[in-house]
Design a binder for this molecule. Structure first.
Ligand code: MG
Length: 383
């Protein structure tokens, strides 16, 4: 079996209502999708993570010009061999960012093909499922105005709760005083210690402001405090871990086992959050999990992409061991972005549905999804 085609689909559409996270206004939702086809007629899909401000064309260009020539004619089941080929051949200009996101998309597609070839879900190829369903957490609380939105955001918390979510992540990073007002309002509105809360400032602050915010957050029994400082400031992460009684999370802007190794060596994280669409795919995520496990760090994947990225995340979560075994060990949770995304759910024939507060992990071959080409065509901008 040989790879006969690598097709790239850049999807992008403007949002009716732009929203802000701490780094800027998100005007469009985009995705870089890849479909790998074999001479046997098998296909696999993958997705490169397109951050809110990231043009999807960058990863698309990497796939087209740098990776595709390495893939055509090769055996798609040689996943690790092809990963090494893509990584080493792009090392001198890659290692981070959109180049690794491009590799991530291809790698995911190869795992999908393998699943179809062996007629097994990806989690089975990874060694089996530790769980068959996962609790989703609502990611939301983006800003429509900017500051002074605590009243609207506390209403949003109630909406997530009423929709069945028992965990939610609040976007902060709009000024420490504004952040504290938002947290007070949400906590008061929910008034339920059984609802798990997390916060994410998207590295809005330097160490002193991040520490000030962290100290104000300690009272909320947060599951984690995400990206408190910029990803380059690994020592800042470590300092906050030492000083705060809140688990520190990060990693959506880190890449491969090489990158995560630096975080682990400097005791920067309690919880590592590789995104399959940018960490180097399922192959790299598997290495990162082993490395995290051996350094006493938990892993909870990050995902903000479309249904293909979510499907990959679900497969990885199925195969993810708990960091510390016990009868009542804390289980990983699935990031479930609730912000506006015109094509995320329409991209697959059987969109996820929450049942009893949980999402069932697909057990069909590969990623367990079927991509709707009519939706791809509707939003494709590189045809
Ligand atoms: Mg984040």
């Amino acid at each position: 079996m040989k790879i006969s085609a690598v097709d790239i689909f850049v999807l992008s559409t403007p949002l009716d209502t732009p929203f802000a996270f701490s780094q800027g206004w998100v005007q469009r939702r985009s995705a870089t999708l890849v479909r790998v086809t074999t001479d046997d007629g098998l296909t696999g899909w993958g997705e490169a993570f397109a951050q809110g401000l990231e043009p999807p064309e960058i990863a698309a260009a990497v796939i087209e010009h740098a990776l595709k020539p390495l893939l055509i004619g090769r055996n798609p089941l040689d996943i690790s061999v092809l990963w090494q080929s893509m990584y080493t051949q792009s090392r001198d200009y890659g290692r981070k960012g959109s180049v690794i996101s491009a590799i991530s998309a291809v790698d995911t597609a190869l795992w999908d093909i393998s699943g179809h070839f062996y007629q097994q879900p990806v989690y089975q190829l990874l060694g089996g499922a530790h769980r068959t369903s996962v609790k989703p957490y609502a990611t939301g609380f983006y800003r429509l105005e900017g500051q002074n939105e605590s009243a609207r955001l506390s209403e949003e918390a109630i909406q997530h709760r009423d929709a069945g979510f028992s965990a939610m992540k609040i976007k902060l990073g709009f000024g420490v005083a504004d952040d504290i007002a938002v947290m007070e309002a949400i906590n008061k509105a929910l008034d339920d210690p059984a609802i798990e809360l997390m916060v994410d400032s998207n590295h809005a602050y330097g160490r002193s402001e991040a520490l000030k915010l962290g100290r104000a957050l300690e009272q909320y029994n947060l599951r984690w405090y995400e990206e408190p400082v910029v990803p380059e400031d690994i020592e800042g992460y470590a300092e906050l871990r030492r000083k705060l009684d809140v688990p520190i999370a990060g990693g959506e802007n880190e890449h491969t086992a090489y990158g995560f190794n630096q975080l682990f060596r400097q005791d920067a994280l309690d919880i590592a959050q590789p995104d399959i669409g940018s960490c180097g795919g399922i192959t790299a995520a598997r290495d990162i999990i082993a490395l995290a496990q051996s350094n006493g760090v938990a892993v909870n994947p990050h995902v903000w992409g479309s249904a293909i990225a979510q499907a990959a995340s679900l497969q990885l979560i199925a195969a993810l061991p708990v960091p510390n075994h016990s009868l009542y060990a804390q289980q990983p949770i699935l990031e479930y972005d609730r912000s506006s995304h015109p094509f995320r759910q329409q991209l697959i024939t059987a969109p996820w549905a929450m049942q009893g507060g949980m999402i069932h992990i697909p057990d069909g071959p590969g990623l367990g999804i079927e991509v709707r080409m009519d939706t791809v065509a509707q939003y494709q901008v590189n045809a």
